[in-house]
Write a protein that binds this ligand. Structure first.
Ligand SMILES: Nc1nc2c(ncn2[C@@H]2O[C@H](COP(=O)(O)OP(=O)(O)OP(=O)(O)O)[C@@H](O)[C@H]2O)c(=O)[nH]1
Ligand SMILES: [Mg+2]
Length: 358
């Protein structure tokens, strides 16, 4: 699906150039040039290393950190989306003892049954000793020096765009919310901005059909996108989704990163891995956001923690360092504040340091 025709982008990389830093909105001083260069080094693609380590079932995703893109990738780099590419999920893991979840279950204890390998944000040395309080609850995300004020004071719907070129034309940073149809993208946006129906939701997949910009604190955007993998969608509707991905992701220079939503109430789906792979190949940083962590069904594949662990095991060989992930529920509010804090550190880093050339 999305991975089609991507070879053209493989040589595209980061040169580690650092822009002239400004003071962050949170008042955190910019990093020194030496430190910034070190951080920029983290962003370099490591495909050759990954390939040398092990043959991969799918090509590896990379950069989880935001990069400021000064030029867009070639338009021909994008693939096409197709719901028909979804393969049967890998076999479920052996049954494990674990807490029984309920609709209002408390956040799972950190590191209980999910992979605790940490994501070190910009400004924190990899493998630094990290106090437990510095890790965002129900996630692997360390809070670094770029984290700032993450409160949502105001939020407004700005615009619905049918094409990438119709999206707002200003230089405010933005996060795109992406995932399969019905995974909970619009619900997550409503939870983040604390508005019940700012983004329209539905039990039926395929509700969101356009690119929707929500302006937060008059300074950054959350972007609600149509979902992928909607099996009932017509071929033409799927092609439309594909042109969204091409037009939006490859030409949106203000994109700080993607929140890739993965439904934790079902076993891992190949289409989500394909999507992560496509983003990685196009140097678009992502954060895995596990949704519906309040849902727990009886039987195999029914527990969010099992599904998340299985998903992480599947992707662990694909990354040189663990990508950021966080567990959320739009019903209980699990992960809301942590995700906002994580976005604040990526945003502030992007605003000050992250520079990339094609
Ligand atoms: N239990 C539970 N249900 C959720 C959660 N998030 C979303 N849902 C439900 O899942 C369904 C789909 O939610 P949406 O937010 O519309 O999903 P979407 O990803 O925006 O879907 P499309 O716009 O069709 O791509 C709705 O019935 C929501 O109420 C969650 O965290 N927990
Ligand atoms: Mg939606």
């Amino acid at each position: 699906m999305l991975a089609d025709g991507l070879a053209a982008t493989q040589g595209r990389g980061l040169d580690g150039r650092v822009s002239h830093p400004r003071r962050t909105p949170s008042g955190h001083p910019p990093l020194s040039a030496t430190r910034a260069a070190a951080v920029a080094m983290l962003l370099r693609p490591r495909l050759s290393l990954l390939r040398a380590v092990a043959p991969l079932p799918i090509p590896p995703p990379r950069a989880s950190l935001p990069v400021r893109r000064t030029l867009s990738a070639p338009a021909g780099a994008a693939g096409t989306a197709s719901a028909g590419d979804a393969a049967p999920p890998p076999p479920p893991p052996a049954p494990r003892a674990g807490p029984k979840g309920g609709r209002k279950s408390a956040p799972p204890p950190r590191g209980s049954s999910v992979n605790p390998a940490l994501f070190f944000p910009p400004g924190v040395e990899r493998d630094a000793a990290v106090a437990a309080e510095m890790v965002i609850p129900a996630s692997n995300i360390v809070v670094g020096p770029y984290a700032g004020d993450s409160r949502v004071k105001e939020a407004e719907f700005v615009k619905s765009s049918a094409r990438a070129r119709d999206c707002p034309k200003d230089d405010r940073p933005e996060f795109a919310v992406l995932g399969r149809s019905n995974v909970g993208k619009s619900s997550l946006i409503n939870a983040l901005i604390r508005r019940k129906e700012a983004a329209l939701t539905s039990k039926k997949p395929g509700k969101t059909q356009t690119i929707n910009h929500f302006l937060v604190n008059k300074s950054w955007y959350l972007v609600d996108l149509p979902g992928y993998g909607f099996a009932a969608a017509s071929q033409s509707a799927r092609m439309d989704w594909s042109s969204f991905t091409k037009g939006y992701f490859l030409n949106r220079d203000t994109l700080v990163g993607v929140l890739l939503l993965v439904d934790a109430s079902i076993p891992p789906q190949k289409i989500d891995l394909d999507c992560a792979n496509w983003l990685g190949r196009n140097n678009i940083g992502l954060t895995y956001v596990f949704t519906k962590c309040d849902k727990s069904k009886k039987g195999k594949g029914g527990r969010p923690e099992e599904n998340i662990k299985e998903f992480q095991e599947t992707i662990s060989s694909l990354y040189p360092e663990p990508p950021p992930w966080i567990m959320t529920s739009s019903v209980t509010g699990l992960g809301r504040d942590g995700l906002l804090l994580h976005m604040s550190q990526l945003r502030n880093y992007w605003d000050n340091e992250a520079t990339m050339s094609p």
